[in-house]
Design a protein around this ligand. Structure first.
Ligand SMILES: [Zn+2]
Length: 384
């Protein structure tokens, strides 16, 4: 048992053996859906609980919770086929449109490629979650599966546009939304979730229907909208006023078209981030008398897989994405091969969004302050 594990804390007092000695089974039960994890409560070898110093100041006005050290050792053989790793990679895949014209085009893919990517994600154990759920660390992915987030930038018609069929507005055949809708019908457990980062251009999702109708279709069918700045601006040299104008104008446009929806993420056009001292303005600012607030800012480019929110190096102002092509290392095609050779790198869900379950070998990468009210479960992997 390494020293770091000895310092693991349980933010929830319910898991402190001194406070609630009868909660031991609850702690390791991991939820009723996790069939193969049900036996965990019978194989806990060790449970320690001693008080430690608070790790971080609480600034939300909540009552300070009693924190305690706890250590759980679990035989890996009892985990069955599920070896939860809720600190592993989560891919946020970045698509643009589906009208790739050249094999060297790194930001587009074809309809056939997109369909193949969905099928391969499904076959290899990935299940979609919304970007909001990832941001809120509300990962409800079934036990043993890996969450994946799909994103589309620039509001291109090949990603989503509407046409009229039988007197109602429906997605144009073989736009990405149409393909995802049909895939979800055939594979309900894959889920249906994607985020569309849009600009204020009049050609956003160009097709039939008003902008409000286009957004409403997305929001009514499990999709989300994100802020990609009003004019697809280069933010590297932008002033504070320019950043707030770009973010605020688009924010107000979406609010006017979809008043009940709250955007939570932006994506940097061209991957250009403002200079460090102005960067926070992409998340928080005020424009024309109205404040805006976002939680994450996503990069655009050849970045690689994202860290899980509980990972110590996670930076909400520089969230990487995986390009939805197979043209280069760190693109989606490359990651399929990488994960087949390094399955331990993937986030594997325990099936319970309220428990963060990780192998002991991953503890050194855990950001304890990110756990909030979630429970932590650390298991020791054995070679048997
Ligand atoms: Zn863009």
């Amino acid at each position: 048992m390494n020293n770091f594990l000895k310092r693991c804390l349980c933010a929830a007092a319910a898991l402190c053996a001194a406070c609630a000695p009868d909660t031991r089974e609850t702690m390791v039960g991991l939820g009723t859906e996790a069939e193969s994890l049900k036996g965990l409560s019978q194989i806990v070898e060790q449970f320690d609980s001693v008080p430690i110093e608070h790790g971080a100041e609480q600034d939300d006005g909540a009552e300070p919770q009693e924190e305690a050290v706890y250590t759980v050792k679990i035989e890996s053989t009892a985990l069955g086929t599920v070896r939860p790793n809720e600190i592993g990679h989560i891919m946020i895949i970045m698509f643009h449109g589906l009208d790739r014209n050249s094999a060297s085009e790194p930001y587009m893919c074809t309809v056939a490629e997109f369909k193949n990517f969905l099928q391969r994600l499904y076959d290899e154990g990935f299940r979609t979650i919304s970007l909001s759920d990832l941001i809120n660390n509300n990962i409800t992915t079934p036990a043993g599966y890996t969450p994946v987030v799909l994103t589309f930038d620039d509001g291109l018609a090949t990603a989503f546009s509407l046409t009229t069929a039988e007197d109602r507005l429906v997605p144009v055949p073989d736009c990405a939304v149409d393909i995802m809708d049909r895939f979800a019908e055939e594979h309900p457990d894959f889920g249906r979730a994607a985020t569309f980062f849009i600009n204020g251009r009049i050609q956003t999702f160009q097709g039939e229907g008003t902008l409000a109708e286009r957004m409403q279709y997305l929001l009514d069918n499990g999709y989300e909208i994100g802020n990609h700045t009003y004019s697809h601006a280069r933010l590297l040299g932008a002033s504070a006023a320019e950043i707030q104008s770009e973010m605020g104008r688009l924010d107000q446009l979406v609010r006017a078209a979809a008043p009940d929806f709250q955007m939570t993420a932006m994506a940097y056009p061209y991957g250009e981030r403002p200079v460090l001292e102005l960067r926070q303005y992409v998340l928080d600012g005020i424009y024309d008398g109205m404040e805006y607030h976002y939680k994450w800012a996503l990069k655009e480019g050849q970045n690689g897989a994202s860290a899980a929110p509980n990972r110590s190096n996670f930076d909400p102002l520089a969230v990487p994405r995986v390009r939805g092509t197979a043209t280069a290392p760190t693109d989606l095609g490359w990651y399929f091969d990488y994960y087949s050779q390094h399955p331990g790198a993937r986030y594997i869900s325990d099936g319970n969004p309220n428990v963060i379950a990780i192998p002991e070998s991953a503890v050194e990468n855990l950001n304890l302050d990110s756990l909030g009210a979630k429970d932590l479960l650390v298991y020791e992997e054995t070679s048997s």
